[in-house]
Design a protein around this ligand. Structure first.
Ligand code: GTA
Length: 311
């Protein structure tokens, strides 16, 4: 099945082109030895003549408790690197099924996608209510990332088989689904997102008392669904919204404590339980408060703030 308008396709389609067909590396955008991740800009060929920009993210996956002992059984081949007294360091080359690399392909990637993954300086912005209206909102309306992938999930045109839980209410309901960044093989890096059914709630800034039932449903039903499916209790979860998000359709991140997920730092993550309390104590809280966040050097929104404000 393929829908070109919504970019939905499945592997069941005959003649599926390899997603990395004709791959040619253009640049390493960023890499992290700590996270064992590398972000690449490349060209891939789609069809006979077209050559598309692609962002490819390669990430070594965490060990899985249930398979880790197979790595070491039956005298696997070890290449000695160093031996000193009781200390030995070896290279082990596991079989392919125990040596997976999670590969994310964004294709065709826009200039904005390429910049998003580029290593850059970041700067803190304190966005007042007026800044939001004069700078951020016009920016969001003119050039934010497409949210077609979100509508595909809500309309069951993509990832339908991955849905963990759904409250179908059009106003106060949501879909809970494993995040793109989680391979679902181990709960040590569990990462799900709750995407609300209601359209037009762009971000934290749009939230008022009208949205409290939705937010409370996401918090309570999301925790319950994760407990039921993954046996992880709510007191082990970090449940938060990003400000600024990359995609301006309200969604909530569920990650497990102990997993240092990208975007869980204090200048970006707003705990859902705090968001609910803030709105309860002041219905205009997110409309009026100055909100602080960081922007990368190359981001158009930062350029707008620099043009219009003394920062
Ligand atoms: N299930 O199609 C999708 C999909 N898309 C396109 C995005 N997401 C999706 N989930 C499903 N299907 O958590 C997820 C994203 C993200 C959430 C949107 O939706 O994975 P956000 O609007 O707050 O945007 O959340 P955010 O957090 O900036 O987006 P993103 O892409 O996670 O980028 C943040 C940083 O995370 C990046 O700068 C990069 O450092 C890192 N990162 C991004 N992707 C990966 C990856 N695949 N592996 C490792 N690190 C990554």
């Amino acid at each position: 099945m393929r829908r070109d308008n919504g970019n939905v396709s499945t592997n069941a389609e005959a003649n599926v082109q390899h997603p990395l067909s004709g791959f040619e590396l253009k640049a390493v955008l960023r890499e992290s030895a700590r996270d064992k991740t590398i972000f690449l800009h490349g060209k891939v060929s789609s069809g006979s003549e077209n050559c598309n920009d692609a962002v490819i993210i390669l990430e070594k996956t965490p060990f899985q408790m249930d398979t880790v002992s197979s790595l070491l059984k039956n005298d696997p081949e070890l290449k000695l690197q160093l031996k000193n007294d009781i200390y030995g360091v070896y290279h082990l080359s596991p079989s392919p099924e125990l040596n997976e690399i999670k590969t994310t392909v964004i294709c065709p990637a826009s200039e904005k996608h390429i910049k998003k993954y580029l290593q850059q300086e970041v700067y803190v912005i304190h966005e007042t209510e007026d800044d939001y209206k004069a700078i951020t909102l016009p920016y969001i309306e003119s050039q934010s990332f497409s949210i077609q992938w979100v509508y595909n999930i809500l309309e069951k045109k993509a990832e339908a088989e991955r849905i963990v839980y759904e409250n179908p209410d059009p106003t106060n309901g949501f879909v809970l689904i494993p995040d793109f960044k989680w391979n679902q093989k181990q709960v040590e890096d569990l990462y799900l997102i709750a995407i609300c059914h209601q359209r037009g709630i762009r971000s934290l800034r749009d939230l008022t008392v009208d949205h409290l039932p939705l937010l409370k449903n996401i918090l309570e039903e999301g925790k319950e669904a994760i407990l039921k499916r993954y046996s992880i209790h709510g007191n082990k979860l970090r449940i938060y919204l990003h400000y600024q998000p990359s995609y301006y359709h309200l969604h909530v991140h569920f990650t497990v404590l102990g997993h240092d997920a990208p975007g869980s730092s204090v200048e970006r993550a707003h705990l859902l339980c705090d968001v609910i309390q803030n709105i309860e104590s002041n219905p205009q809280y997110y409309k009026t408060r100055t909100l602080t966040f960081a922007l990368r050097e190359d981001e158009a929104l930062l350029k707008k703030f620099k043009e219009l404000r003394d920062i």
